[in-house]
Write a protein that binds this ligand. Structure first.
Ligand code: HEC
Length: 110
């Protein structure tokens, strides 16, 4: 590859700044925690900011991670016939993301 190609230099600059900014984020807040904030934000619309809105929507905060994870996987696989929205919602996440979400909500106080 010709290294005097301007596009190459632009890409190198972008790659460097991305590497630098992810390092900067890792210093104040680990990337993993940033990602779980983004993922769990989608749940807040219905389950409340910390997963404990209550009322018609089940409280998910402070429940055992293994229970939450198996419920989420069951929704995703269509094994919860009574589910209304969760089957569609859970299908948008990988199994790893659902495990991370279960872990996150299990650690929040009820
Ligand atoms: C559109 C509203 C909505 C969103 C968004 C939503 N939920 Fe739900 N959730 C529900 C409802 C309603 C139920 C009850 C089951 C059903 O009807 O699908 C439920 C049930 C659950 C349950 C089972 C709780 C129990 O005890 O039965 C878990 C776990 C859960 N949600 C986790 C999540 C997580 C994690 C997210 C974010 C990735 C999320 N939900 C996003 C509405 C929502």
């Amino acid at each position: 590859m010709k290294t005097n190609n301007p596009a190459f230099h632009w890409l190198a600059a972008v790659a460097t700044s991305l590497a630098l900014s992810s390092t900067a984020q890792a210093d104040s807040s680990p990337a993993a925690s940033l990602q779980i904030q983004v993922l769990s934000g989608a749940c807040a619309n219905c389950h409340g900011t910390d997963g404990r809105l209550g009322g018609a929507i089940p409280v998910i905060a402070g429940r055992p991670a293994a229970v939450l994870e198996s419920q989420l996987l069951a929704f995703k696989r269509g094994e919860e016939p009574k589910a209304t929205v969760m089957t569609r919602h859970a299908s948008g996440y990988t199994d790893d993301e659902l495990a991370a979400l279960a872990d996150y909500f299990s650690k929040l106080g009820r």
